[in-house]
Design a binder for this molecule. Structure first.
Ligand code: NAI
Length: 337
């Protein structure tokens, strides 16, 4: 019998790639809703649950999963702040994730958003569909010669910095663990945060959300930046204090914003709310600014990334079911013994 996998928050693209990679060996039970304690009962007989960023796998949920015999929580994403790892360890439930799927996908989306915003492509597209071929109000600027600041030079930040170097921008980067050899090789200058705030025309965030990075972008840091700075956040919503960002947009201190993530995104992103009144006044206000571009946490959404996510997740489920070692670097809570 194939191991059963209860799959939460399933979207059409998840089904397509997981079916392609794993349907021959695993019995997927796809659910459109996210996992929480109340509905943990639907996992009956499942060997594993497969979850995404907005699933809340807290202690009570894990206890319910344990009582139904679930052995593995397979996160099909890099982030795991929604999982109580300590509780999973105590309960003997294995937890895995996909630490990297396509750093290029996220870095390229950050650049795509920036180019759209600064060249007004989104406005031109709508205008021309309405047969308005006027160029008034569409003046942009070159990336070449500008100073771009990259905060966090891990897998994604490095790719973003390299792309911006290809645009002939000066690239400054800040990361306490940055690799100086990489920086030298790519002509990236490693600097402290005050220098970054002071000198950059464009800032792109690629740090994880930690207590020390929460609200990295807030009134005080915004005030230290160059007037008219463009900010890109494809990392985590809570890196930016949205109310302070709105104040800075209103005053012109910030000249434009690209957001693939938003601090209150859980209630809104990934679902179709068209035809409804948006019950989030801050987001509704942000969407009225012509110099704000928002996408719905889609930076990862490429064919390459989806294939990598499905392959890594399926391999780990099959490895645990077959008593084989899990893929190195993917295990958050190891199997007991
Ligand atoms: P990574 O772990 O390879 O790199 C993170 C880097 O941030 C590390 O080099 C680390 O030293 C650095 N860092 C940590 N604290 C810092 C601080 N206070 N200041 C400056 N640098 C600091 O992670 P990766 O793969 O590059 O991902 C970065 C983030 O991108 C993830 O944490 C996640 O939040 C986000 N992400 C967003 C996706 C999307 O679809 N929008 C998809 C995947 C990841």
């Amino acid at each position: 019998m194939k191991p059963r996998v209860a799959f939460f928050d399933a979207k059409s693209y998840d089904r397509e790639y997981f079916d392609r990679v794993g349907r021959d060996w695993l019995d997927f039970n796809y659910h459109r809703f996210a996992l929480d304690t109340e509905i943990a009962g639907v996992v009956a007989d499942a060997f594993a649950v497969c979850c995404f960023v907005h699933d809340r796998v807290d202690r009570a949920c894990l206890e319910a999963l344990k009582s139904h015999g679930v052995r593995l929580v397979a996160m099909r994403c890099a982030g795991f702040n929604g999982v109580d790892l300590e509780a999973a360890r105590e309960l003997g439930i294995v937890v895995t994730r996909v630490p990297a799927y396509s750093p290029n996908a996220v870095a390229e989306h950050a650049v795509a958003m920036l180019l759209t915003l600064v060249r007004n492509t989104h406005r031109a597209y709508n205008r021309i569909r309405d047969h308005n071929f006027s160029l008034a109000g569409l003046v942009g600027f070159d990336i070449a010669g500008k100073t771009v600041g990259v905060i966090g030079c891990g897998k994604i930040g490095q790719k973003a910095a390299q792309i911006f170097r290809g645009f002939e921008a000066r690239v400054l980067a800040h990361d306490p663990a940055a690799d100086p050899a990489w920086a030298t090789q790519h002509g990236v200058e490693l600097v402290d945060l005050p220098t970054l705030w002071r000198e950059c025309d464009i800032l792109t965030l690629h740090v994880p959300l930690f207590p020390e990075t929460e609200y990295l972008i807030r009134a005080e840091t915004l005030a230290a930046m160059k007037r008219g700075v463009i900010i890109i956040n494809t990392s985590r919503g809570k890196l930016v204090k949205t109310d302070d960002l709105i104040t800075a947009l209103r005053s012109g201190q910030v000249g434009g914003v690209c957001l693939d993530v938003y601090e209150e995104e859980d209630e809104v992103f990934y679902s179709d709310h068209s035809g409804q009144i948006l019950d989030d006044e801050t987001l509704a206000l942000l969407l009225t600014f012509p110099n704000v571009l928002v996408t719905s946490h889609q930076a990862f959404l490429t064919r390459e990334a989806l294939l990598e996510i499905a392959t890594t997740t399926v391999e780990n489920i099959l490895a645990l079911a077959g008593g084989r070692p899990l893929l190195p670097g993917t295990v958050l809570v190891e199997p007991a013994g």
